[in-house]
Design a protein around this ligand. Structure first.
Ligand SMILES: C[S@@+](CC[C@H](N)C(=O)[O-])C[C@H]1O[C@@H](n2cnc3c(N)ncnc32)[C@H](O)[C@@H]1O
Length: 217
């Protein structure tokens, strides 16, 4: 599958980075290299972009996309939390800007084998770095209710985290949760129907019409 991803807030991001031609920049979530392409294109002699991503497919796509700027770009497959170490190994003591476009790429969501999609029923996986041994299936199947609650609350910021964790633990007692579709159904059942329609935001009451006195001619 072709690596497709539309970069979010591309112009705004590039404008706010105030790129200096000779500067050093880190893109910690390289993805398909959409933002990085624009950064690299603004670098001059001495400027450098270090692009980091933990996903092998993203690294391949970015290498291709950024090939016109090969002399100014270093691409590294890693977690961006290792950026200080990466920079140290490159002998870089400071940078002029860091970009983090957090989240998943459209490619990761659309590529069924990656097991992220709720749109299709596919084997539950969700590893961004496929070198990791622990998948979403292992977490959903093996973590305690308290651990699941903490993950869903802290990383998902879901206010129904407690109920979702409870439903997961109850469901897996009957059978292991194997697919994204099964997990989706369990999560749906843990969220009140009214809230599901609005994505957890309380439904808006119809606003009252402002009653103005009639103008008499
Ligand atoms: C929204 S995409 C980035 C898209 C990119 N800005 C572009 O314009 O093409 C997010 C990327 O961040 C990567 N990612 C997420 N968390 C990461 C982490 N902790 N370390 C390294 N890469 C990460 C994902 O693999 C994904 O490729």
């Amino acid at each position: 599958m072709e690596f497709k991803h539309a970069s979010v807030l591309l112009q705004e991001t590039i404008d706010n980075l105030n790129i200096k031609g000779t500067g050093i920049y880190v893109d910690g979530t390289l993805g398909g290299g959409g933002h990085s392409f624009e950064i690299a294109g603004r670098l001059t002699q001495g400027g450098r972009l270090i692009g980091i991503d933990q996903d092998e497919a993203a690294i391949k796509a970015a290498e291709e996309r950024l090939s016109p700027y090969r002399d100014k770009v270093t691409i590294i497959r890693s977690n961006y939390r290792n950026a200080p170490q990466v920079l140290k190994e490159m002998g870089i003591e400071g940078v002029d800007g860091i970009l983090l476009d957090l989240g998943v790429s459209s490619y990761q969501l659309d590529e069924l084998e990656r097991g992220f999609s709720y749109k299709y029923d596919t084997k539950l996986d969700m590893r961004m770095d496929t070198r990791q041994s622990v998948s979403a299936r292992d977490i959903v199947g093996g973590y305690s209710e308290t651990e699941l609650f903490r993950i869903i609350r802290d990383y998902g910021e879901d206010k129904f985290a407690k109920n979702i964790a409870k439903h997961i633990v109850r469901a897996r007692q009957d059978k292991p949760i194997e697919t994204t579709g099964e997990l989706n159904e369990i999560i749906k059942a843990a969220i009140p129907a009214k809230m599901r329609q609005t994505g957890g935001i309380p439904p808006r009451r119809p606003s009252r019409q402002l009653e103005l006195p009639a103008i008499e001619n």
